[in-house]
Design a protein. Structure first.
Length: 255
């Protein structure tokens, strides 16, 4: 059986959407091999054409469009929410404040750099950003993934990247965060089957959340409790993740 490599992030929505494949609930045309990596590493590997199909930041796609096709499924958008710029309470950020972002090629970094061109940026794994702010290593940080749901009480939100996105987009479009890309070099017949399997995986995950979510908790594949998991999945892994609609496609084009 032909092996197909799938790379995705270890955050809850990606784990949720791809576990139907990992558990063998989807298809029998390919032997799928899952790899979980942080989003910046995924973006860097996409630039090297490392995986057959990979999760990426939408902001990266123009750089890999010659090698990868953007799929319509397994997408994450923010609608009224998204990454958060956080700082310590009762502090004022200077124009050249030092900030931690999750990667140079992420969508949040693209939007951040346009809004704050004088900020001094360092890049960290998204799991380390809150602690970098708490320790004083940086003045602020952009939280992504499950980190947006809860953070230390000594911190506050300086800005919502959703609001910055609306400012730049000039219209009420969803914020494009992450999607799935497929190697253009794969045979067309394989590409069609892979997109079908990925789409079915997201459909099955959404339809069987009450079954799948506890399985992920039992296997310690998720970093949050069940309540926060359900909140997060409602935001980023839902019926709007199954197949991009025209409004979402317009948002990607706008980005």
């Amino acid at each position: 059986m032909k092996k197909i490599t799938i790379a995705h992030s270890p955050d809850a929505d990606d784990i949720f959407m791809y576990m139907a494949i990992k558990f063998g609930w989807i298809g029998n045309d390919f032997a799928y091999e899952n790899t979980a990596l942080d989003i910046q590493t995924l973006n860097e590997f996409a630039l090297k054409n490392e995986f057959d199909t990979t999760a990426i930041s939408f902001g990266l796609y123009p750089l890999i469009a010659s090698e990868y096709a953007l799929l319509r499924t397994a997408v994450s958008f923010g609608e009224g929410y998204g990454p958060k710029l956080i700082k310590k309470k009762d502090t004022h950020l200077k124009r050249n404040f030092k900030v931690a972002l999750s990667g140079a090629n992420t969508t949040n970094a693209l939007i951040f750099r346009i809004k704050y061109p004088e900020a001094r940026i360092i890049y960290k794994n998204f799991l380390d950003i809150e602690n970098a702010v708490l320790s004083g290593e940086v003045d602020a940080g952009v939280l992504i993934h499950e980190s947006i749901l809860e953070f230390d009480q000594s911190l506050c939100v300086e800005a919502e990247l959703w609001d910055i996105w609306l400012e730049f987009a000039k219209e009420n479009l969803p914020l494009p965060l992450g999607g799935m890309a497929l190697r253009r070099s794969l045979p067309l017949s394989d590409a069609i089957k892979i997109e079908r399997d990925l789409t079915n995986a997201v459909k099955i995950a959404d339809a069987n959340r009450k079954i799948l979510a506890p399985m992920l908790m039992e296997r310690k594949l998720i970093r949050v409790n069940e309540e926060k998991l359900n909140t997060y999945l409602n935001l980023y892994a839902n019926k709007n993740s199954i197949s991009m609609n025209q409004t979402q496609l317009l948002a990607v084009d706008t980005l």
